[in-house]
Ligand binder design. Structure first.
Ligand SMILES: [Zn+2]
Length: 191
């Protein structure tokens, strides 16, 4: 590490001791371990003296997106009624975490909502048993970047479908209203 660490004694890592159980009650991002309270997160110790609660405040962006966050990611698999998407951006910020979310697409009644390697924009709706669920059911959500399924050529939007400008193949997708506008993304990253 070249950066100088300026960890004060108030900073804690996951598992580190924060307080004794007789002094405080375990609050946010903490857990009880015998007669100790330990941190479950990287962050700063916060003592609420009025309520005798100790908690850890994490200022760093958390490892998984929150409900309501908009993500942009790469379709890793199409699993019939759902797609699995590896998240590349959370609220416009690049993430290197490679966390996947699942998006149900069954109700859209499209044969090809998105293809593997397509870039899609989704919104996080829930975390259930460690699985992150997202939705594609809003106007601006959907495919941002796709290719022709037959020849991998460039496609253009026609109504709610796409047409290959090379072989003429027409295919369905759930397109985002941002389709073809998302030129802020460097798609070479995804190859
Ligand atoms: Zn084509």
């Amino acid at each position: 590490m070249t950066k100088k660490r300026s960890m004060s004694e108030n900073n804690r890592l996951p598992g580190e001791k924060i307080a004794m159980i007789e002094e405080y009650l375990p609050g946010k991002n903490t857990f009880e371990d015998g007669n100790l309270i330990r941190s479950t997160s990287v962050g700063t110790v916060e003592l609420n003296k009025a309520e005798q609660v100790v908690s850890i405040q994490n200022k760093k962006p958390i490892a998984v997106p929150n409900v309501g966050d908009v993500i942009i990611g790469t379709v890793e698999a199409t699993l019939g009624p759902m797609i699995a998407v590896s998240m590349n951006y959370i609220n416009g910020v690049r993430t290197e975490l490679n966390v996947e979310c699942i998006c149900v697409v069954r109700h859209l009644r499209k044969k090809y909502v998105a293809l593997v390697k397509d870039i899609v924009k989704l919104k996080i709706i829930s975390h259930v048993n460690g699985t992150i669920h997202a939705t594609i059911d809003e106007h601006d959500l959907g495919v941002l970047f796709t290719k022709c399924r037959k020849c991998f050529g460039r496609v253009v939007k026609i109504r709610d479908a796409v047409k290959c400008s090379e072989c003429g193949w027409i295919d369905d997708r759930k397109l985002s209203s941002d389709f073809e506008k998302a030129d802020f993304l460097n798609f070479d990253e995804y190859k």
